[in-house]
Design a protein around this ligand. Structure first.
Ligand code: GLU
Length: 424
């Protein structure tokens, strides 16, 4: 198999992780395996220059990407992230994980992802707006409600989605809410979307714990990240009786064996200019101690490549719930599996976000809106059903839950690929 030449073969980065996962699933795909090379190349990658006039009048150029990994089952779907470490390889991998994720949930989408290589932290709101609008305009040739639909991801939020929606709408001359999901509710966003990824993490953890005979009440959870995913997950686990014993973010790690109150932490951090480490309801510990903590669940909800050969041997948790995309390296995964640790893989565990994105898109196309209870109940059903399918396949085939999820997802993608046939 020839690799695409636009990522360096000796430094594949996260795309290399995705390829390794595809290699692991291919022997389990039966006759569909002949189509597996489809997954080893993204369908389409667009790299754009994003020039931005900064508030001081200077012009800075940023590199932007939108990758559509596979669109055999429907329009591309996936988030937009702003981060200084964004690379083409990373966006390719993230788009590949979206392909598998939407197929595991049987949503009528393909996988896509976008990113800008930028540190948005020092940006003023108007600089962020100009960055977002110019990027949207540049990728406008391949996005659209029936082509490729964006959503929030690392360092993007409802406000950014509103600018994407407005810019795209102005460029096409009609108001087009369906080009993004995760937008503000009064622009056509869905109730329940903001907490959906965290809620999904809770649902899959609850389902796994039921099967393992573990109690949610009193379960001890350590969460890495307190952003779009970690904050909501912390609140929902807390509401259901679990104890948040530790939280780690970019500033460091805090710990309280009696439980960190996520509402108090959110209020504390929303005052602005505050560090997690100064939260009065917990003590500081080292980042290494986070990984070796005596707890039931570790929920990485930040970036890729956090559980590696450096810390995998120290992990004592019973379950890893991958709220982030790609947090566990394949080598670390082998160690964890040998230790009997259950890994609920990203393509299942963090699929709550894109599931409610789908509900949002359906509501936009019918201009009929559901209440929050309806959204949460449908989300719970969708994720519990997907969990059951993956769990049972894993048990029956004696394969990891990640490989089982890839079997479910890749089978759907490659069946569609085969049915559509090869053009011309
Ligand atoms: N960025 C989220 C993810 O990685 C959500 C994607 C979406 O809603 O389209 O799954």
């Amino acid at each position: 198999m020839q690799l695409p030449t636009y990522v360096h073969k000796d430094n594949l980065g996260q795309w290399g992780v995705f390829l390794e996962q595809v290699d692991r699933v291919t022997p389990h795909l039966g006759k569909l395996g002949v189509w597996a090379d489809t997954l080893r190349r993204p369908k389409r990658c667009l790299i754009v220059d994003v020039p931005v006039r900064m508030d001081d009048g200077t012009v800075h150029h940023f590199e932007g990407y939108r990758v559509q990994h596979n669109i055999s089952r429907g329009p591309g779907k996936g988030g937009l992230r702003y981060h200084p470490d964004v690379t083409l390889s990373e966006v390719m991998a993230l788009s590949g994980w979206m392909t598998v994720k939407v197929a595991v949930l049987n949503l009528p989408y393909g996988g896509a992802k976008g990113g800008i290589r930028v540190d948005p932290k020092p940006f003023s709101s108007s600089e962020l707006e100009r960055l977002t609008r110019r990027y949207t305009s540049e990728v406008g040739i391949i996005i659209g409600p029936d082509k490729d639909i964006m959503a929030p991801d690392v360092n993007t939020n409802e406000k950014v989605m509103a600018w994407v929606m407005d810019t795209y709408s102005i460029n096409v001359g009609t108001t087009s809410p369906g080009v993004v999901t995760g937008k503000p509710v009064n622009l056509g966003g869905s109730l329940g979307r903001r907490d959906a990824t965290g809620r999904g993490c809770y649902v899959v953890a609850r389902e796994a714990m039921r099967r393992l005979g573990m109690e949610m009440r009193g379960a001890r959870i350590a969460i890495q990240g307190f952003g779009n995913v970690g904050d909501a997950a912390a609140r929902i686990f807390h509401q259901n009786g679990a104890i948040i014993v530790s939280i780690q973010d970019i500033d460091g790690t805090i710990y309280n064996p009696a439980g960190i109150n996520p509402y108090q932490l959110r209020d504390f951090l929303s005052e602005g200019g505050k560090s997690l480490l100064d939260f009065p309801g917990a003590e500081r510990i080292s980042n290494n101690d986070f990984w070796s903590m005596d707890c039931d669940i570790i929920l990485p909800a930040a970036h890729e490549n956090q559980i590696t050969l450096d810390n995998a041997n120290n992990i004592r948790a019973r379950i890893i719930v991958e709220g982030a995309n790609g947090p566990t390296s394949p080598q670390a995964e082998d160690i964890l599996l040998d230790k009997g640790i259950i890994i609920l893989p990203d393509v299942l565990a963090n699929a709550g976000g894109v599931t409610v994105s789908y509900f949002e898109w359906v509501q936009n196309s019918s201009s009929f809106f559901w209440n929050e209870d309806e959204i949460n109940v449908r989300l719970d059903h969708a994720l519990s059903d997907a969990f059951k399918a993956v769990w049972e396949l894993g048990q029956n085939m004696k394969i990891s839950l990640r490989t089982a999820a890839f079997v479910v997802g890749c089978t759907r993608v490659l069946e569609a690929r085969q049915l559509r046939g090869l053009y011309p």
